[in-house]
Design a protein around this ligand. Structure first.
Ligand code: NAD
Length: 403
């Protein structure tokens, strides 16, 4: 069976039965969790389609392994492979210190313009949580990935151009900025805000979600965060008038088949995500808010080892699914850490490809494995009566239980 490329036509992925999928194994614990996750993904596909569908993995290099083998941290062939094959998956990568690249993850996102960072956050029974009712958390965060303070437009304190900028702003706007300040620029464009919001709305529609909340700090930052909110309402009202309804229109009770679109100021959102998480569903937010929100929500359902993620360009069909934690170098090659983040990212990838049955199989196998109390060290130490298993042992258990 010859392997084929995933294509993208009329804004749709066309997935052959035997797609080539590039993967980056990752640094540190990357090889351990990749071995575990790829085995679970393959087993789910095999159980669903008995060989009729099969992924043809293609290893591409990035990070320490790439540097060792090619002298480059992110070889051009790797970027080219993601462009050619469109959908890929990766383990965590070390951020090279003083290597000329700020972060390999940021570089990948920028090069492929992966503008939506998508983080589903849901609870699996049995997982230790710091909150009382973690089962009420079931959200999907859409974080804008390309602008905001993450654009990297910063002026260092006391630099020549910083002084010139401060002087210009004093003269032209009357703004008094202390002369020893560092200055950052926060761009939020209508273009980037709306393509992110569109992704969130389309996701909500496709997945039968109940509401979309735009989270922002528009009360203070009116022309950036505030604009994100007002462009969002305007756009949703124009383009999705038949499918969304605002809070004012329905007093919080959307008619059947309609999705409620609302907004929340970020600080209140953080409170309410703890006190009444059941009121939030799909979240659309700017880059910095999204960074904080995705980690805070992940903590409610079990922390870094558990949260999957993806960076996606829905308009061109590029998507890279990834473990959201780092390389945890002290646990490298010990077959010890929790592979769930990468396994669930694999399940997200299968769902994105339309291979829903396999995605569900992974989730159900994982649910049963967690409920069995045989878990990796990070969960075992917090779960009374749990038995610690290795990274590969946990993957074996999932494979066995999803049969
Ligand atoms: P980290 O996530 O690697 O580790 C922090 C701690 O979290 C670890 O010591 C470990 O106790 C725990 N942990 C992480 N993953 C786990 C897992 N799967 N199972 C169980 N426990 C787990 O964060 P760090 O120490 O800040 O970063 C180490 C390196 O990873 C740095 O080079 C950093 O730049 C990089 N990093 C990469 C990514 C990415 O590639 N997406 C994300 C974050 C950090």
């Amino acid at each position: 069976m010859a392997a084929k490329k995933i294509q993208f036509q009329n804004e749709q992925l066309i997935v052959p039965d035997n797609p080539v999928i590039p993967f980056i194994e990752g640094d540190g614990i990357g090889p351990d969790i990749w071995r575990a996750a790829s085995r679970v993904i393959e087993q789910a596909v095999r159980l669903c389609w008995q060989g009729k569908r099969r992924i043809q993995w293609k290893e591409v290099l990035a990070g320490e392994k790439a540097h060792r083998k090619t002298g480059k941290w992110l070889p051009e062939e790797t970027l080219q492979a993601f462009r050619t094959f469109r959908v890929g998956i990766k383990g965590p990568l070390t951020t090279p210190v003083g290597g000329g690249i700020r972060s390999l993850n940021v570089a990948l996102r920028q090069q492929l313009d992966l503008y939506a960072c998508v983080r589903p956050v849901r609870y699996f029974p049995g997982v230790p949580s710091p909150v009382r009712e973690p089962q009420k958390v079931n959200m999907v965060v859409f974080r804008e990935n390309t602008e905001d303070v993450y654009a990297g437009f910063e002026f260092e304190s006391a630099g020549e151009d910083t002084r010139a900028l401060i002087k210009y702003l004093a003269e032209s706007k009357g703004w008094q900025i202390r002369p020893d300040s560092g200055v950052g620029i926060k761009p939020i464009s209508k273009f980037a805000s709306l393509r992110l919001l569109q992704s969130a709305v389309e996701y909500a529609l496709a997945h039968g979600r109940k509401s979309i909340t735009m989270v922002h700090k528009g009360n203070i930052q009116k022309f950036t965060e505030g604009a994100f909110r007002s462009w969002g309402y305007e756009f949703a009202g124009d383009k999705y008038a038949d499918s969304v309804v605002s809070w004012e229109e329905c007093h919080g009770n959307p008619p059947d088949g309609k999705i409620l679109i609302k907004d929340a100021i970020a600080d209140i959102f953080f409170q309410q995500a703890l006190t009444r998480p059941e009121e939030f569903d799909v979240i659309a937010t700017t880059n910095l808010n999204g960074d904080y929100i995705s980690d805070a929500l992940a903590a409610q359902v079990g922390g870094v080892g558990m949260a999957p993620g993806a960076n996606i360009n829905y308009q061109e069909g590029y998507a890279i699914f990834e473990a959201t934690h780092g390389t945890a170098p002290k646990y490298a090659d010990m077959d010890k850490v929790n592979p769930t983040s990468l396994i669930l990212s694999g399940a997200m990838m299968l769902e994105h490809m339309g291979w829903i049955e396999a995605s569900r199989k992974i989730e159900s196998g994982l649910e049963k494995a967690l409920a069995s109390g045989q878990v990796t060290y990070d969960l075992a130490r917090l779960m009374p009566g749990a038995e610690e298993v290795s990274c590969s042992g946990f993957a074996d258990l999932i494979c066995e239980l999803m049969a």
